[in-house]
Design a binder for this molecule. Sequence first.
Ligand code: ADP
Ligand code: MG
Length: 318
Amino acid sequence: MARDEFSLIEEFFGALGAPSANLRLGVGDDGAVVELPPGRQLVVALDTLVEGIHFPTDSAAADVAHKALAVNLSDLAAMAAEPDWFQLSLTLPRVDAGWLEEFARALDATARAHGIALIGGDTCRGPLSVSVQVAGTVPTGAYVTRAGASPGDLVVVSGRLGDAGLGLACVDGHIELPAPLAEDCLHALRRPRPRLELVPFLRAHASAAIDLSDGLQGDLRHILRASGCGARLRRDDLPVNDYIRRQGAWEYALGAGDDYEICCCIPPAGREAIDAWNAAQADCPLSVIGEITPGDFLLEHDGARVDLAQASGFRHFG
Ligand code: ADP
Ligand code: MG
């Protein structure tokens, strides 16, 4: 990009987010320098959002900025890591100062809300695409992975499933929802909340965890593969809005992506901790939706059993 375009980028991305105690050198040199506190390990994640694929064409710059950071923070939450800093790679079709200002302001707000600093990045010209790499830390050995679930563990999810999928179906004109629900679902799609408040709980109690980016059925399958077990879920215990429950539109809870809730496995001794969490944390309810088993991956409802082990096990979007 031309020099004056770079000064614009420096203006917007030079000092963004919250100050990091571990940062020695940030944006402006050939690389950033960060300390790793003794006794901690670094956990890094990277996700790219491409216009027209991961967010609708002509989305608000603020929504794109928020989502690009939030989906990465969600990965750190699933690893039980506390975020510290991030890098941003921006591919822009043109330099549009108004767009960049809105993008940078929203990115700054989300970064500050989570106490993290932008320490570097890259900028080039091309179809709109935003990559964020985020880094966090854990006390050595305290990270949680997809492997580690055992038969008897409770399968637990945070929040509500399927709202973002319904929001996308609204945007695409596939369904029409009553106004208040439509707003909630569009908000869930555009403004996912990384569940970082669960980090201490996951460290203390979870045998395995994953964040729900592609839908419960597929994402839980990753835990089952990594852990070498199966699961039995109860459909009626899935936390969904009234529309999904009334319409029987369970495919939104099972197969639609973008919820960015946490799915984790909790050994049975943790049941009291789940109840205690729910008594204290109204904004991030945890629902027990089933158990880990030695073998099959099943969904039970009305005395019937649906095989979820195959992608075709449940009704899917075309
Ligand atoms: P180099 O050519 O040495 O890779 P760049 O000109 O790409 O350097 O970047 C100069 C500085 O600006 C670096 O510190 C880089 O991290 C930072 N930077 C470039 N683009 C961004 C961006 N979109 N967000 C944050 N920092 C950026
Ligand atoms: Mg560069």
